[in-house]
Design a protein around this ligand. Sequence first.
Ligand code: B12
Ligand code: SF4
Length: 566
Amino acid sequence: MNVVDKSELTVERPRTDIDSRGRQGIAGIRRAVRGDPMNVALVHPPLLLSNVKHQLLVQPPLGMAYVAACLRQAGHAVQVVDGVGEAIGRRSPFRDHHHVHGLPIDEIVARVAPGTEAIGIGVMFSNFWPVAKALIHALRARFPGVPIFCGGEHVSALPHVVLQQAPADYAVIGEGEETAVELLAALAGHAGAPPLERIAGLAYRGAGGAIVTTARRRRRAALDEIPWPAWELFPLEHYLDARLFSAIPLDSAQRPMVIVGTRGCPYTCKFCSNEQMWGINYFMRDPARIVDEMAHYVARYGATDFHFQDLTLVINAAWTARLCEEIVRRDLRITWKTISGTRSEALDGELLALMARSGCDDLVLAPESGSPEMSRVTRKRVQLEKVLAVGRTLQAVRPPVRLTALMIIGYPEERLRDVLQTFGFLMRMARAGFSTIHVHRFTAYPGCEYHDIAVRERRITHDDAYFLSLENTFPFNDFSWHPRWSGRFIAALITLGFCLFYASYYGAKPAELARALWNVLTRRPHTRFERYFAYRIWGAPATQRAASGAPAAHGEADVHSARPAA
Ligand code: B12
Ligand code: SF4
């Protein structure tokens, strides 16, 4: 362990006002740490894209902010080096055909304080692993004796690959808060700290170099005990100002912020890593505590628009209604979105109306296929008629809620008959009130069942070519997981799907088509469809600040009335 001069580290201390309202603390974490605190640096690697015209999704790293909050609560001095947030809009070349977005690796390494005693790195997306790996090598070179631990979805799916390909010492598997705290307590030799082999959710190199994986960590059911994300340590304002959150174009009055209301998902879709990462338990926070957190962000950061990062926010109708009622009761006057897609089973007319009233302005559903057979094979088990019913109901709901569907074409088991059913379903969705679709190319991401099957059949090698290929969900790439269909054929199917949907949509609303063309030509895309073409023609912007150049007034502005038409 390095000898540390704690004065060298720039550390922000917790704000007591937040603590009193938002941080109840995890009893286990408090118990785990009795002894000297450590100087910990948490590092968020930059993004990696193959094409500068691809849309940048620049979101503050929520999972890492939770881990930072818990480490700080356990008494450690936490420094965050945010390779994305500290340089949004900056690009530098990475190898032959890729670009790093954010801080270049050498600058990230230079920003880690000299007295750092442990370094944590978060890797969510596997397609960014090549750059994260290069970063870990560079950190190891500068901090030879300092323990490096990694966490996040990519690390949880492939802990062995992470430890084999990069000079990291520990891979945190699954939820990271308690594991990271226990790990640091063990590293610091704190009294009462568990030995490494008793820390659940960990992989590391044991004696002789073999990788040891400990027991799976039990999921935290009491989500309200977890302290709120430690955003004070991150350059959060940069993210909020840049407004490049997810794929949803924002209204000029909206200042976005990320939040999560639930963790996990009870479903086990074959193409999703949910089961491997979270298991099948679905836990919800107390709606009042969620709204406390929202109100705090409104007051502190001027947030007006909340992007729920949940795997699937709406499972339990009564809980969702309580969340909406709480937002309405507190008169928060915010908008909110389900950005990563949610299930539709619990959505009925009454709940949809309440959601709209509480500010939901963008509902993303994820039927993923219009073929009942594919829904069965992939275990998505979507009720397709219910999805259409949600669309039809929402058309009558005020204020308007924009409705988006996420679809996939190119599943290994898919037949042309299934694709034809998807085409038919796309056109029906256009008529039922959906205004946007994303048709993704099927991709076997680490952690999902398709990936594990492909590994067993030796169709996946975990080299950089595979990781970089995971960016290839975009329609115009030449990539296929299908045993018979080529990448180009899938691209043609996806393109046809888009055309059928938008022909049906704009065929019924020609005035909207003229408006869309105008928005693209004037570089002011207002929908995802317009944004896609604007980016192809003009390139993706480095930031997308509010038209006014300033955040919307909060507390007073009626953002509901300022919403874009669906
Ligand atoms: C919100 C979300 C998005 C958002 C934005 C995400 C972002 N940029 O921040 C949007 C909608 C834009 C999005 C887009 C996509 N997404 Co997405 N997304 C998510 C989602 C649902 C939630 C992330 C989140 O914040 N969760 C809440 C926090 C609390 O959980 P967490 O991040 O996992 O953090 C915990 C642990 O991982 C760990 N941890 C995290 N960081 C660290 C750091 C350290 C040091 C430690 C010790 C621990 C640790 O501790 C945390 C707290 O317990 C995840 C699934 C998930 N994780 O729930 C998928 C997920 C990350 N997305 C996924 C995919 C595939 C995509 C897309 C490619 C989909 C597509 N086909 O287009 C796109 C493209 C993204 C890109 N690369 O450009 C996959 C990634 C798989 C992979 N291995 O790469 C996931 C895992 C979904 C899935 N189950 O398949 N996504
Ligand atoms: S795809 Fe959605 S419904 Fe299926 S397991 Fe993943 S999060 Fe759950």
